[in-house]
Each structure stands twice: as C-alpha cells, then as structure tokens.
Design a binder for this molecule. Sequence first.
Ligand SMILES: Nc1ncnc2c1ncn2[C@@H]1O[C@H](COP(=O)(O)OP(=O)(O)O)[C@@H](O)[C@H]1O
Ligand SMILES: [Mg+2]
Length: 299
Amino acid sequence: MITTTSLTKTYSSGAKAVHALNGIDLDIGMGMFGLLGPNGAGKTTLMRILAGIVNASGGSVHIAGHDVTTEAGKQAVKAMLGYLPQELGMYPELTAAQFVDYMAILKGLDDAKKRRQSVAKVLELVGLSEAAGRKIKGFSGGMKRRVGIAQALVNDPKLLIVDEPTAGLDPEERIRFRNLLVNLASDRTVLLSTHIVEDIGQTCRDVAVLARGQVLFRGSPTELTQAAAGHVWTLTAAGLEKPNHGLTIVSMLHLAEGTQYRLVGETADGHPAAQAVPPGLEDGYVWLMKSAGQSVEAL
Ligand SMILES: Nc1ncnc2c1ncn2[C@@H]1O[C@H](COP(=O)(O)OP(=O)(O)O)[C@@H](O)[C@H]1O
Ligand SMILES: [Mg+2]
C-alpha cells in the first residue's frame, strides 16, 4: 500500500536546519501498522508527508501506486485517504453530526443526501449515533477522538492515518479506541503513531520504531520483544542506591524486602544478584533505543 524510499525532510527554522527525517525506507501493507517512537522522532512529519500536507525534501513516496511528490498523485491519494491529525481543531458549538457533515463538505462530498447517509454511517461506526445531535463541547476526550475518526472515515478511505490518537485518553477509553481501530483495519490500511509501547502490542501486526528520523526497527511486536532476549534482569536491592553499571531501569516496584528493579542492558555482570528474565515488549523497545544511543529517559 505505502512505499517510501530514502525519504528525507529538513525544516529550516530560522538559521538552523532541523533534519526531521533522515532516509526512511518503509513498506506498509494492509491491516494495522504501528509507528512507534519518542517525541521528536519524526512520526508526525512522516504522516503529514503521506497525507500530502507537507512536501518531502528528498526521496520518494508511493501510495497504492501513486507518486505523492506529483500534484496528480497527491490528488489521487487524497481521495482514498482519511487523516486524523495530532491536534484536530473542532468547533465546540457544533453537534457531532454537524461537524462531521462540515468536514465532509470540505472533502468534496457534494451530494447532500449521500453525505447525510455517510455521516450517519460513520457516526454509527464509531459508536456515536446516540450522541450525534449533542454539542461537541460536552464530550469526553474519548468521544472527541471518535468524532475525529468519524470525520477521517467519511469518504470511506482505504488508508486511514491517525497521529497519536490515544494521547490523553483514560485507560478504558484507550482500549475502546484501540479496538475500534483494529476493527477498521480489517478491510483497510490503518497507520497509527504512538509513543506508548502498549498501544501497538495487542493491535498491530507490524511496527516500525522511529528515532531521530530513522527507522531503528521494522517487524512484528514479537520480534521487537525478542530483540531484548538475554538483556533483561530483575534485581531486588534493600539500599537506596540504584543499580547502574550501564543498565537502564525500565520499571521499579517497592516491596517489603526492598526495591525490585527491572533492568535492561548489555550485561548484568556488575550485579551478581540480578536474575535473568524473559523480555516484554517494553524491554524490547528500551533495548533498541539504548542500542541506538538514544536516551531512554526521553521516552
Ligand atoms: N514545522 C516545523 N518546523 C521546524 N521544525 C519542526 C517542524 N515540525 C517538526 N519539527 C521538528 O522535527 C522533528 C520531528 O518532529 P515530529 O515529526 O513532530 O516528531 P514526532 O511526531 O515523532 O514527535 C522535531 O525535532 C521537531 O522539533
Ligand atoms: Mg507527533
């Protein structure tokens, strides 16, 4: 569905150049694809290029065979694309139905009758039929995000791009929202970006990890987990001194006998009491970042 080759993007902000993307090679097929990376990795930039909102500085992007660097290609892709930006401005005084209808008009759905049907259909799809006539200003974060998805779906896109849609949602809303995306991915491509590792574990068949505008990893969540095999330990320490010797603390748990640390690193030779444990997805991510010299504190 999507192929990028040596994709680069440089922003000139003042006198300084910001290299947001430094040669992205990616192949993205049908189903749900996760784009995972810390803040500033380049996720939004990549998505905006795919959506035809900003131009790449170099390299190529093809979506369903269309070259997005050409005007004709951009137009062809727009017709098959739904995009939920990281910050979607909504009009709080409009009802959900009015807002989605307004977005549908902007997308060129001119036939009023067909448009009404599409609006009702997408609001049903996201579970907002009941709330369709209510003003957006009274909605929860999760409901607003579902309005955002509804507007992205109103032209029945084959490609849905959603930028950090789970940020700021409470755990229950996040799970609901993730399940909605999984359902939507059954017959289209859904590209989801997130800085939250859990978001991709249960939901994405494939994932790319981005940092500093480069792809550090491309594979399944299971493969990402396995990348940390042999590099994860737990260690319970009674004192206040934190484990170090080049290890990164992934998590800690205060127990009666002391603090239990979960550690990721090259070797635990410096801590003879450390117990090797099987890796989890978050360990895989931390190990990958650490191996790439990316500060994990920035996560
Ligand atoms: N319009 C812009 N002008 C200048 N720099 C930008 C602009 N947008 C993003 N950047 C920079 O590009 C890098 C990647 O940003 P972004 O794509 O937003 O990453 P992410 O979505 O992964 O947080 C960051 O260093 C960011 O500060
Ligand atoms: Mg972003």
